[in-house]
Write a new protein. Structure first.
Length: 129
């Protein structure tokens, strides 16, 4: 009985020591790798719809200083605020996530837009005077 209790206490102490050592090693590895916990405050900048041209079937997005224009076709899956939509419902100013494929990654396979945006999409490529 006494021997069993000693073995159990020893096993418990060894387990605690392993957990402590593992925590110290992981913390040390994170510190050496430059890991830092996510910071509170300003969220990362979202990708926004810059323009939509329904006659040319394109959407242009802006993320930071980078703009990208994607081709849209009948196979592109478009959701607007979680609902199935089409290119005419995507408005400049909306937050957007674009999945792309094809030559240079410029063919949109999926567009997920959220928010209300600002101005309506252009229905043709003619410029107003």
């Amino acid at each position: 009985m006494q021997l069993t209790r000693r073995l159990m206490n020893g096993l418990l102490m060894a387990t605690v020591a392993i957990f402590i050592a593992t925590g110290v090693l992981v913390g040390d590895a994170q510190a050496r790798s430059g890991y830092s916990a996510p910071r509170k405050g300003k969220a990362p900048e979202a990708t926004k719809v810059l323009s939509v041209d329904c006659s040319a079937n394109t959407i242009t997005t802006k993320h930071g200083n980078d703009t990208t224009t994607y081709m849209v076709d009948s196979f592109t899956v478009i959701t607007i605020n979680g609902q199935k939509g089409d290119l005419t419902g995507v408005k400049p100013g909306m937050d957007v996530t674009v999945s792309a494929a094809g030559g240079g990654g410029k063919k949109a396979t999926r567009i997920d837009a959220t928010g209300s945006g600002g101005e309506p999409a252009k229905s043709d490529s003619k410029k107003k005077k």
